[in-house]
Design a protein. Structure first.
Length: 396
């Protein structure tokens, strides 16, 4: 099987500005790549575990695009099974009610080539591979109860060698998932009688096991937000029964184009802001989300305007973020006499900085973070003060 979810076709990407249309194109390309992979691997099933569309308000061309891709699969006798999510929820305004995706994909009423599971159609039996796919779907965004509550009854009443479940929701995490619309538990997964549970809703690829049940989130095939560095994949899942031993294997496959790169740059080696921009521009890539952090001790004469740097680099990347985590140097060489203003100022601040930095290392996480931030501010104050006392002009 190919397992995908959270394609979010038609997402607006308001945070990307002029790059929004390009990212929508990447999402469509990733879905096409997932279909290409299914054809290349000659899989039996193609599963979409919710949020194929970003909303139920879609232009016809978006639905026709999906139908054309599903038709490619149907022509190769690869069965597609789709479950609505929380963005394309199966309510009265559902895109799956507005459009007959099965018919648009060339699948007839008497075949199982394309199936959208609904509240009245929670299971599809696929005789060609002796498998059944189950999903308890609700007509509301917020589930009245866990979709796995009655899944065991569906499995027990359906004769098939393999039972695959589909859920678009969160696995319960105390203190984090209470407000989510659809929540299931590890215990429910383990007692579901399923062989594999295809999950959607979390955009990062991950997998696990509960009892005898293998479950996985495929993640989004292309990031929906540009911090989702575990997106960009689909899952190739194999259910095998050899010699009486049943196994489930899950393999991640890259289909998204967006790449992520995080890098630290030593501020001591940066001569100027133009030099920094020129150095980063060498990595130009329209599919790259670049996250740069300046670290270490920066020279007194290095002034970097982060907004200007990001603005200069923006045309060369999908997105670029620059953070200045460098610190100014403490005083080098002989100090002015302690009875002078400069000498007293420098000694007082350096002593306080040393005290705060030591406390930041030894204290608890929250307290240490606050002390480290204060120490960084005092380092800046010390740098500016030394320059002013030496008669230099300083831009603030």
């Amino acid at each position: 099987m190919i397992h995908t979810a959270d394609v979010h076709l038609g997402a607006r990407h308001d945070d990307l500005g002029e790059q929004a249309a390009a990212q929508r194109g990447r999402q469509a390309a990733a879905f096409t790549a997932a279909v290409d992979l299914a054809l290349a691997e000659k899989v039996d099933l193609f599963l979409v575990a919710g949020d194929l569309f970003d909303s139920n308000v879609q232009p016809r061309r978006s639905v026709e695009f999906v139908a054309a891709q599903l038709k490619r699969l149907a022509t190769a006798r690869i069965r597609s099974v789709i479950v609505p999510g929380t963005h394309d929820v199966y309510d009265r305004a559902s895109v799956y009610r507005t459009y007959d995706l099965k018919k648009m994909s060339g699948s007839g009423p008497d075949d199982d080539l394309v199936t959208v599971l609904t509240p009245t159609n929670p299971t599809v039996l696929i005789p060609a591979c002796d498998a059944a796919v189950h999903a308890i779907v609700f007509p509301t965004k917020r589930a009245p109860h866990s979709p796995l509550r009655d899944i065991g009854d569906e499995v027990a009443s359906t004769k098939a060698t393999w039972h695959v479940g589909m859920v678009h929701g969160s696995i319960s995490i105390p203190g984090k998932t209470e407000r989510d619309e659809v929540v299931i538990t590890h215990g429910e997964i383990g007692s579901s009688r399923l062989d594999y549970l295809a999950l959607g809703h979390w955009h990062s690829t991950q997998q696990g096991r509960a009892g005898e049940v293998t479950y996985a989130y495929s993640g989004a095939p292309e990031p929906v937000a540009l911090h989702q560095d575990r997106a960009g994949k689909v899952l190739l899942v194999e259910l095998d029964d050899a010699g009486g031993k049943r196994t489930v294997t899950v393999e991640e496959k890259q289909v998204g184009r967006t790449r992520f790169e995080k890098t630290d740059m030593d501020a001591a080696g940066v001569g100027s802001q133009p030099e920094l921009v020129a150095s980063l521009a060498k990595r130009a890539d329209p599919d790259l989300v670049l996250d740069v952090r300046l670290v270490g001790v920066r020279p007194d004469d290095l002034d970097v305007d982060i907004e200007e740097v990001e603005s200069a680099l923006a045309p060369s990347f999908l997105k670029v973020r620059v953070r200045d985590a460098s610190v100014p140097p403490l005083t080098e060489g002989a100090l002015p006499p302690p009875d002078t203003i400069a000498g007293s100022f420098i000694r007082d601040l350096e002593a306080r900085i040393a005290e705060l930095e030591a406390a930041g290392v030894d204290g608890d996480e929250a307290d240490g973070s606050g002390r480290s931030a204060e120490a960084a501010e005092l380092r800046d104050a010390l740098r500016i003060g030394r320059l002013l006392l030496a008669g230099h002009e300083v831009s603030l």
